[in-house]
Write a protein that binds this ligand. Structure first.
Ligand SMILES: *[C@@H]1O[C@H](CO)[C@@H](O)[C@H](O)[C@H]1NC(C)=O
Ligand SMILES: *[C@@H]1O[C@H](CO)[C@@H](O)[C@H](O)[C@H]1NC(C)=O
Length: 396
């Protein structure tokens, strides 16, 4: 507080802001002049009218949040937080906004978010904001975290985001965005990228350069086509890969075995086919692996069931035909779910007729010889030759 009052004392003369007196066109009734508003910093007087303008377009505020958005102390408005901006450690600026769960309705954030020059964090999940995202957000030099999840935003992916060099965290899940996501997004310097539960419809981009993404969720969209073989180059830092509930098809690339940091890999409810590559047995940190609800077949690799940290291996609703002793141990422990497959001696399997119909179609994957290839050294599973080839690119 003392810091604020010192600054207040220093800058009082140049930051007095007198508002009101807009009544000149109605001569007969003299409006009372509101008391002059004293904003502690020039930067706050810049955003004051922006906030008031936004307040005026809010159509619903069931929790009464905006009642606190009055007076000169912006830093005490509910949801608004001030801090020293990076370019002037003695100034006070509006540094972050947290509207999470406020349930506000407004037709747009245009003219608001993009007019807050010092904003670093903008979190507004679980509101009823609509409209598109203004390209002007590209001009916000400090925006580091943008969370507009669980709103009603629509339109195409806000491409302005590609030009934002400070952005590290992007969460636009649970909105109505549609169309495609620019491939460059996956190689931006982001740690967190949540795109799930929109209407994005596109092939996953291949040939990506290295990225830093740690959490990536594409779930519940309409991504289609195969999981690209180049995925490991771009996404090798990923700890959570959430592809579930899309339209991904084709065979699983053996290169998934290079996602060494993966703890959760969830590609449930897609149209993936072919066998599970043995290389997934190299993902030593894996705790959750979900391929339930696909068209996978063949045997469940013992090397995958032998993963030490595995707590949930969901393979139900596929067409596996064989399961070995290590995997059977996981079924007993409740870790492996193989219901609704084609394994003759297990309970809760598909009918013989269903399985026969599936295998009546010719099934083929490209790069089949890579399917048993282990790109890591596992004493009980590796052959010496595959150990020598550790980290070598796919031999095909
Ligand atoms: C930093 O901010 C203070 C307070 O707003 C202001 O008086 C000062 O002129 C600013 N310094 C620069 C270099 O802009
Ligand atoms: C394992 O994961 C599946 C798919 O995500 C989920 O439906 C199931 O409840 C999980 N099982 C356990 C025991 O956590």
């Amino acid at each position: 507080m003392s810091c604020i009052s010192i600054i207040l004392a220093i800058v009082t003369f140049n930051t007095i802001l007198i508002l009101g007196d807009k009544s000149s066109n109605i001569p007969p009734v003299p409006q009372p002049t509101p008391p002059p508003l004293l904003l502690v910093d020039q930067r706050l007087s810049v955003v004051f009218p922006v906030i008031q303008k936004f307040k005026n377009i809010i159509t619903s505020d069931p929790l009464g949040v905006t009642k606190t958005w009055t007076g000169s102390d912006i830093c005490k408005y509910r949801g608004f937080y001030c801090d020293n901006p990076p370019d002037n450690k003695t100034a006070i600026a509006l540094a972050s906004i947290d509207f999470n769960g406020f349930q506000l309705s407004a037709p747009s954030l245009d003219g608001f978010l993009d007019q807050l020059p010092d904003i670093a964090l903008f979190h507004a999940n679980s509101n009823f904001f609509t409209g598109t995202i203004s390209p002007n957000i590209a001009k916000l030099p400090y925006l580091y975290e943008l969370d507009i999840s669980n709103n009603l935003f629509s339109g195409s992916f806000p491409n302005a985001i590609l030009g934002m060099n400070s952005l590290n965290f992007l969460d636009i899940r649970f909105n109505l965005f549609a169309g495609s996501v620019p491939p460059q997004l996956f190689t931006k310097d982001l740690d967190i990228l949540f795109l799930n539960n929109n209407n994005f419809m596109q092939r996953l981009p291949d040939n990506l350069e290295k990225s830093h993404i740690i959490l990536l969720t594409l779930a519940n969209n309409k991504f289609f086509g195969p999981i690209p073989r180049g995925i490991y180059k771009a996404l090798s830092a990923l700890t959570e890969v959430l592809f579930l509930n899309n339209l991904l098809s084709g065979c699983l690339p053996y290169e998934l075995g290079f996602l060494k940091e993966a703890i959760v890999f969830d590609a449930g409810n897609n149209r993936l086919t072919g066998p599970i590559p043995f290389s997934l047995g190299c993902l030593g940190k894996l705790e959750v692996l979900n391929f339930a609800g696909n068209y996978l077949y063949g045997m469940v690799p013992e090397v995958v069931c032998a993963l030490g940290n595995l707590a949930n291996l969901s393979l139900s609703d596929n067409y596996f035909i064989h399961v070995g002793p290590i995997c059977r141990g996981l079924i007993k422990k409740g870790v492996l779910d193989l219901r609704k497959n084609c394994i003759p001696d297990l309970p809760f399997q598909r009918t013989v007729f269903e399985c026969a119909a599936f295998f009546a179609q010719p099934r083929h994957c490209p790069y089949m010889p890579t399917h048993r290839f282990l790109p890591c050294w596992l004493p009980h599973f590796s052959s010496p030759s595959s150990a020598l080839r550790e980290m070598a690119p796919s031999p095909y």
